[in-house]
Ligand binder design. Structure first.
Ligand SMILES: [Zn+2]
Length: 478
């Protein structure tokens, strides 16, 4: 780019208008999970597509899916330069409980440097930081320093059910060297953050059935096996006294980390007190020998998300239910394979299930863990861009959660994703009074501009999908 300063001046001059545009975007109640907002969600996709056209993107298209459309737009007139895939989502979480909102969720207002409204931070505002960066560059110079493809999902809050099929059928369209996603919080307002690992996920439901029907627990209690008790016994055998998962072979695939990586995490990541404080928990729990941050990022975990069965109503009903179930969620550490873990779980459960209990395992979701080599050129471009945009040294973070898109880009397109956080932990995402800090909106736009400029200078931005261990020298630069 001839001069980034001219682009930054455009951002400065037109920032109030950017905020107005963000308000218009937030005004659509695009609650993807709620069928009654189907029309509004589609209207939001149409608006976003028009906006992409308006800022100068080309080939803008709306791809229908089973639920909510995917919005696509591109600018690919820099042959020889890298292609960046920008991913984000325009669907938002439901607003309930509505009485707890002090501001109308879909009529955004600005107060004290924040814009309030559902989706302002997750993810409309963060997505829009990249859109406005594109606008600023295109309106200043009429061209971008790299090639860009935008892919905006309308089903992220439902687990992106259409995305795998879409990516598989649009491999050519989505071809890129690297992807970027801003849908996370910074460590704090003074610590811009870049995430380089996510855990994978495996969600299953165990179902145990007796041969017959619900039975009277007076007439049959003590004589027949109770499926609900079987579920409890199976669940109780999934962890040992030390908080470790007991499935044989479960830890075989888990990557181990040396002291350099663990020291970096200790020095830069949240402390046990911070994590327990956020959870409002007095006592921690989990695998011995690891910090809470390690246990939620580089170690796997199994959570029992629900147990169903029997009588749940008020008062008493003496019943031995004919069936019962448990919902289990595994968070998988780097190098674990959800398909392998699923097989190990099935073998283990069949082995410990008592005779006469028919156990079924239904799988809902597989997502592979994700980890980026710290020497990855695009990650270094991201660090540099955050340093320019926020004027502070960025922190490299590991995230305990899972973002299906990131796993799918790696798996199907062979593309790594740079995760740049512009949100704050106090943004109240998924909760009443969601907000987005306007200072971060502006710095996010600037960071995105610097990021594209940095990528244009690199000969190779795709890096290797290697798994080189972090060296101290590399880690300490972040
Ligand atoms: Zn989100």
């Amino acid at each position: 780019m001839a001069s980034i300063q001219a682009v930054l001046s455009y951002v400065k001059e037109f920032f109030p208008g950017f905020v107005e545009d963000l308000k218009a975007f937030v005004r659509f109640p695009s609650v993807g999970t709620d069928k009654k907002y189907r029309k509004e969600t589609t209207a939001c996709a149409n608006w976003l597509a028009q906006h992409l056209e308006h800022i100068g993107l080309q080939q803008v298209r709306i791809f229908p899916t089973l639920r909510h459309p995917i919005v696509y737009g591109e600018w690919v007139k820099q042959p020889g330069k890298p292609t960046l895939l920008i991913y984000g989502h325009y669907d938002v979480q439901p607003v309930e409980p509505l009485p707890d909102w002090s501001f109308p969720p879909f009529d955004p207002i600005v107060r004290g440097g924040y814009i309030y409204g559902r989706g302002t931070s997750d993810d409309k505002g963060q997505l829009f930081a990249h859109v406005k960066a594109l606008e600023a560059i295109l309106k200043t110079y009429g061209k971008l320093p790299i090639n860009v493809k935008c892919l905006f999902d309308g089903e992220e809050e439902m687990g992106s059910p259409s995305l795998r099929h879409f990516i598989q059928t649009q491999k050519e369209l989505l071809k890129a060297e690297v992807a970027v996603l801003s849908d996370m919080a910074m460590l704090s307002a003074d610590h811009p953050s870049l995430a380089y690992s996510l855990r994978g996920s495996l969600s299953v439901e165990l179902e145990v059935k007796s041969q017959g029907v619900d039975l009277h627990s007076g007439n049959f209690g003590g004589a027949v096996r109770n499926p609900l008790q079987v579920v409890c016994e199976l669940v109780a055998q999934l962890h040992d006294q030390n908080g470790r998962i007991t499935i044989p072979g479960f830890y075989n695939g888990v990557k181990t980390y040396g002291s350099a990586e663990r020291n970096y995490m200790r020095q830069n990541g949240p402390t046990d007190n911070k994590i327990l404080g956020d959870a409002k928990a007095r006592y921690g729990w989990g695998e011995k020998g690891f910090t809470a941050y390690e246990r939620t990022t580089i170690r796997p975990a199994l959570s029992i998300n629900g147990i169903v069965g029997g009588y749940q109503g008020p008062g008493v009903k003496s019943v031995i239910p004919a069936k019962a179930g448990a919902k289990l969620n595994f968070r998988l550490a780097p190098h674990q394979d959800p398909q392998v873990v699923e097989k190990l779980l099935r073998t283990y459960i069949q082995g410990i299930a008592p005779p006469g209990a028919a156990v079924n395992i239904h799988t809902y979701l597989h997502a592979k863990p994700y980890e980026l080599n710290l020497g990855h050129p695009a990650l270094q471009a991201g660090q540099w861009a955050l340093r320019q945009g926020f004027g502070k040294e960025p922190v490299l973070m590991r995230i305990g959660g899972t973002i299906p898109a990131v796993s799918l880009f790696r798996e199907i397109l062979g593309v790594s994703t740079i995760l740049l956080g512009f949100g704050l932990a106090t943004d109240r995402i998924h909760a009443p009074n969601e907000r987005f800090c306007l200072r971060n909106f502006k710095k996010g736009i600037e960071t995105s501009i610097w990021f594209m400029a940095a990528l244009s200078q690199k000969a190779n931005v795709s890096g290797s999908v290697g798994t080189r261990l972090v060296r101290k020298g590399t880690a300490s630069t972040g």
